[in-house]
Each structure stands twice: as structure tokens, then as C-alpha cells.
Design a protein around this ligand. Structure first.
Ligand SMILES: Nc1nc2c(ncn2[C@@H]2O[C@H](COP(=O)(O)OP(=O)(O)O)[C@@H](O)[C@H]2O)c(=O)[nH]1
Ligand SMILES: [Mg+2]
Length: 318
């Protein structure tokens, strides 16, 4: 049986091989992704974000268990944008979810950025595609909620969960600034800590003060203790309710369309950038242009205008 068929059957070893190709961004990866593409777009994607140490991985571990009890197959992608400085975080993710690694219906993948622009979100997109084609019912994407990149990844999810914990103080403010609008479900983890109720009240107040959402969804706040396994069933129910909301309002469908557009735009950006760079560097104009801009004989705005003008002329010709 070929590699593609094995992936489509959900074979973990075959999928792992494809993901390695994808991470290395070799041409063969693109060939595989092309053939898997018709089988994508079926999985329910949950984005999980929050500060490091909030217990996201511990929670994902418990959620995997719940989904498995419902008979669903599960994919997990743990994205660590802060590597290589926090190699420990990835190790932590692995350790916390290790008990599921022998389950043929659970696939866990850690992704660390290699520092190149757009590399993280492209690799994440591609790995989602592979897991989707494997037939995973649910794919959970764990990201550290700090920068815009991570928020973007979560944007491609059907349901976004923001995990916070008691005693962060200023971090609640940080949530307010960036992540408040994207959360479909709020989780206050470490609910076993005495300050958890205070954090819940603060969040409730913040949500009441903020503008109500255009789509009409009211994000619930759930108190959970990942390590004790408390509140996880309720969390799964809240996710189910959000999914039903998406389906009945037609958003489940339109999010898939958005995701197609997102993937296409990312690929397009990548392609145009590489084409331009290869050409500029190939004919030796790159260094010359940089020099001229450095010496103020040219400005980058005009250079870009001229370049894109040339590109559109070429597009008309082809
Ligand atoms: N008290 C308490 N500790 C927890 C809970 N959930 C996770 N932790 C601990 O918090 C630490 C960070 O957990 P981890 O899942 O790696 O967090 P992540 O960085 O958000 O993925 C670990 O030491 C966990 O044991 C919880 O519900 N209660
Ligand atoms: Mg983690």
C-alpha cells in the first residue's frame, strides 16, 4: 500500500513520515499534500491558547481521554513558538500526554519554530491537513498565547479556547487586550486553587463590560482542574454547544471556506516572495538595490511599486 493510502487509513507511521517531509519543506511533501487535499476539511478543529504553565497540555491530555471515550479519533498539535529556548515546554507537552501515545487513534505532534518567517504557521497548517486526511474527528492545536502568530493559528480553528489561571494578575489584562475577542470558550484552569473563583468573577466582569459579539455567541467561562480531572466533561459539553451553534448558523461551513482562503493566501505570499527573491538574487540586482536604498539613491517604496508593476505585466502575458 502506498504512503498516501496508509495516511488516509490513519496509519500513524505513515503520517509521521509525511509530517517529517512537511517540516523539512521538501518538494516531495508538496506532492503528498496535493494528493491528500481532497480528503481534508472534515475535522473539528479546536485551538487552545494561554500563557505558558497554564496547564494547557495537562488539559489537552484529559480532553483526549474524553473524546476517546466518545469513540472519536484525535489529533494533537503542540506548537512551541518560543523554542529553542524552552525545549522543556515541548518535553513537558510530550510527558503530559504520553499515556495516549500508544493509542492508534491518537496522534500527537510537537512543532517547534525554526525561526523562519511564516514557517510556524505554514507547518501547522500542513500538519492539520495531514491529520484531517488521516480522518481525525477532532484536532486540538495548543499554542502559547503571546504573539500575533499564535493568535493567527488559533484563528483557523472552529472553536477557540483561552486558558487562564488564578493569580496571574496582569496577564488577565493581557488577555483583555488581545485574546478576549477570539475566545469562544474561556477556561479558568487550576480551579483547585482558592483564588480561582475570584479570577472567574474578574473574567465575567470583563466580558460584561466588553461589547457583545457580532455573531451573537456568548462565550462561557468554565472552571476546570486539569490535574484533578474536574470540570473536563462540562468543558467538552461547552465545546459541543459551540459546535452546534456553528453548524446551525452556517459558520461551520464558512469557517472551512475561510481556512481554504487562509491556506491559499499563505501559500501565495510564500510563493510570490520566493519567486521575487530568487529572481532578484539570481540576476544580481538584490545587493545592488539594497545598496541604492542604503545610500538613499532609491527608496524601498518606489522599488516595490516598480517590482509589482513588472510582476503584473508578466501575469497579463501568461
Ligand atoms: N494545581 C494545579 N496544577 C495544574 C493544573 N493543571 C496543570 N497544572 C500544573 O501546571 C504545570 C504546567 O502544566 P502544563 O500542562 O505543562 O501547562 P502548559 O504550559 O500550559 O501546557 C504542571 O506542573 C502541571 O502539573 C491544575 O488543574 N491544578
Ligand atoms: Mg504545553
Amino acid at each position: 500500500m502506498g504512503l498516501i493510502d496508509q495516511v488516509l487509513k490513519g496509519d500513524k507511521r505513515a503520517a509521521a513520515r509525511v509530517m517529517r517531509l512537511v517540516e523539512d519543506d521538501v518538494p516531495e511533501a508538496r506532492e503528498v499534500l496535493k494528493r491528500l487535499y481532497p480528503y481534508t476539511g472534515r475535522a473539528y478543529i479546536i485551538g487552545i491558547t494561554g500563557p505558558p504553565g497554564a496547564g494547557k497540555s495537562s488539559l489537552v491530555d484529559k480532553m483526549v481521554e474524553e473524546f476517546r471515550n466518545e469513540g472519536k479519533s484525535v489529533g494533537v498539535i503542540a506548537v512551541d513558538p518560543t523554542s529553542p529556548f524552552s525545549g522543556g515546554a515541548i518535553l513537558g507537552d510530550r510527558i503530559r500526554m504520553q499515556r495516549h501515545s500508544t493509542d492508534p487513534n491518537v496522534f500527537i505532534k510537537s512543532l517547534a519554530t525554526r525561526g523562519h518567517l511564516g514557517g510556524l504557521s505554514k507547518a501547522t497548517d500542513d500538519v492539520i491537513q495531514v491529520m484531517d486526511a488521516m480522518g481525525k474527528d477532532v484536532i486540538m492545536v495548543e499554542t502559547v498565547g503571546v504573539g500575533q502568530d499564535e493568535v493567527d493559528i488559533v484563528k483557523t480553528a472552529d472553536t477557540t479556547m483561552v486558558v487562564t489561571v488564578p493569580g496571574l494578575g496582569d496577564d488577565i489584562q493581557a488577555i483583555k487586550a488581545g485574546i478576549l475577542e477570539i475566545a469562544d470558550v474561556f477556561v479558568v484552569n487550576k480551579g483547585d486553587k482558592p483564588e480561582a473563583d475570584k479570577t472567574i468573577r474578574e473574567l465575567e466582569m470583563m466580558l460584561e463590560m466588553g461589547a457583545s459579539r457580532k455573531d451573537g455567541w456568548k462565550p462561557p467561562i468554565l472552571k476546570v482542574s486539569a490535574t484533578q480531572g474536574e470540570g473536563v466533561k462540562e468543558l467538552i459539553n461547552a465545546l459541543r454547544e459551540h459546535r452546534i451553534f456553528l453548524e446551525t448558523s452556517g459558520r461551520f461551513e464558512s469557517y472551512r471556506r475561510d481556512r481554504v482562503a487562509h491556506t491559499f493566501e499563505n501559500l501565495l505570499k510564500d510563493k510570490l516572495f520566493h519567486t521575487a527573491m530568487t529572481r532578484l538574487k539570481g540576476n544580481g540586482t538584490y545587493g545592488k538595490l539594497i545598496n541604492e536604498m542604503f545610500n538613499k539613491r532609491k527608496d524601498p517604496y518606489s522599488v516595490i511599486e516598480k517590482l509589482s508593476c513588472q510582476c503584473s505585466l508578466e501575469a497579463k502575458e501568461s
